[in-house]
Ligand binder design. Structure first.
Ligand SMILES: Nc1ncnc2c1ncn2[C@@H]1O[C@H](COP(=O)(O)OP(=O)(O)O)[C@@H](O)[C@H]1O
Ligand SMILES: [Mg+2]
Length: 251
């Protein structure tokens, strides 16, 4: 069984078996809402070659340094991070542009250890895929957020990931179900959500609606509108991460 309470989930890894489940969008949403709630937050993007956080936050072309400068040029991490204009407590460390650059779990741990005291939360947006490399990195987190969509293949991959983390001794996992459509909710989705939770076998942290506004905002680098359905979900998830009891409301 997973711990029922989230104690000090400072280093949070967002992961999934399958690509395209929404890890980066969720890192963006949770990072943004954690920061708006007053938490000093850093997002580290580990999806080498598929860098997107700069675009999502409307900073394409304005990111001077990235993880590549830390790994290759030994730049201080605090010098390599970029402040996000739309949320004053939020900083990002973008993935290197070079897709062939690699990072070891040891390097990630060292990076996080060295800046831990400056942040309330460090979110790691991992790359996709069930590789031992991703496992080694994610294992170092205080909390693993396993992302799935209601798609059966995605659920199976999430289950495999989660089982492997358990086998390796990391029981601090929570489930995020992303891209849940309003129509699906109206038609028996609640029962289906229960089935997903039972199949993956970890406690639910949140459900994020399929939200065109999220897709458009991240694509255009615009701030998520206040009436975006996903914003409410991200806000609730972030509050839960800080220990608040926020009931799950699915509309
Ligand atoms: N809740 C959501 N509603 C609508 N579109 C979403 C949602 N989450 C992610 N997407 C879209 O799905 C695609 C993949 O998302 P992304 O965050 O890049 O996934 P990953 O990082 O897991 O590969 C993007 O086009 C993104 O805009
Ligand atoms: Mg991604």
């Amino acid at each position: 069984m997973a711990d029922s309470k989230l104690k000090d989930p400072k280093l949070i890894a967002i992961t999934s078996g399958k690509g395209g489940t929404g890890k980066s969008s969720i890192s963006y949403g949770i990072g943004y809402t954690l920061a708006k709630q007053g938490n000093r937050t850093l997002i580290i993007e580990l999806d080498f070659g598929l860098r997107c956080l700069d675009i999502m936050f409307g900073m394409n072309g304005n990111v001077k340094y990235d993880l590549g400068n830390v790994l290759k040029d030994h730049m201080q991490i605090l010098d390599a991070v970029t402040r996000v204009p739309s949320a004053s407590n939020l900083e990002i460390l973008c993935a290197p542009k070079d897709p062939f650059m690699t990072v070891t779990a040891k390097q990630v741990v060292e990076i996080c250890r060295s800046v831990r005291k400056y942040y309330d939360f460090i979110i790691i947006d991992t790359g996709a895929g069930i590789s031992s490399h991703v496992f080694d990195i994610v294992e170092q987190a205080n909390l693993i957020l396993v992302v799935t969509t209601p798609d059966p293949i995605c659920i199976r991959d999430a289950t495999m990931m989660s089982d492997e983390f358990y086998t390796r001794g990391n029981k601090r996992q929570r489930l995020l179900i992303n891209k849940v459509s309003a129509e699906a909710i109206k038609s028996h989705m609640i029962r289906n959500l229960d089935e997903i939770i039972d199949t993956v076998g970890i406690q639910l942290l949140g459900v994020i609606p399929d939200d065109l506004m999220l897709k458009e905002s991240t694509g255009k680098g615009q701030t998520l509108p206040v009436d975006a359905p996903s914003l409410e979900a991200f806000d609730a998830i972030s509050r839960r991460l800080t220990g608040e009891h926020v009931p799950l409301v699915i509309r």
